[in-house]
Design a protein around this ligand. Sequence first.
Ligand code: PGA
Length: 272
Amino acid sequence: MRIVCVEDYRRLSVIAADIVVELMQAKPDAVLGLATGSTPIGLYRELVRREREGQVDCSHATTFNLDEYLGLPEEHPQSYRHFMEEHLFGRLRRRPRKTYIPPSLPDDLDEACRAYEERIREHGGIDLQILGIGRNGHIGFNEPGSSLGSRTRPVALRPETIADNARFFSSPEEVPRYAITMGIGTILEARQIVLLASGLNKSEAVQQAVEGPITCQCPASALQMHPNVVMILDEEAASRLENLDYYRELEEARSRMAAILEEARRRTVRAS
Ligand code: PGA
């Protein structure tokens, strides 16, 4: 797990966009796993800006969102389909080829979940999954208590998640109680994972996810088992990490090592 601690939310969004753009340039038909919530909004803004400037083309990409509320029609202003149209898809000059989001009003719940997994498989799996993290350590809507091997399924939201999401609705009673989410097992199959966290209210969950035991009580702790995770944290979200100085040193060492190797290569070329 790489821990990248940056000064603020803006920098976090820029670095996340760098990773997405680098992938899209190397693999224009990449499969992206996308997240909703306040945290990725800066990333999406940055992607839209770069796309409009011609730095990246998303039109060959396919996207799969992590989750969707059950029971809200797609056009509801708080549905995740609506969120994605408002913050990303609808603002790009050229939309991704195909944008999948779990259905909010499926005829058959279990069949819809099975079909979502099947679609991901048909597209060759997810190349890069973007994640936020809940105050309770959830990823997607995998709340504490979710099995680490779980797949796409219907879930009930925990009271703290309903309370956190109430800010987007006129009253807490309006927040849907149920959702469909990719499972933790589904998320862990992505080839690369980028988790974004900003603000003091995420610091406890981040500390548990990175330095705590791997447990269903903190679903994000499952990421410790994944070989290719980058956590991009602002100062506040990183503030409770016990090994923060060491993570910073590792990141500095990465760039120093790259510079040393580059210099050595240049010397070798000059000598030959
Ligand atoms: P947030 O939500 O980005 O709105 O804080 C993150 C999450 O619950 O996964």
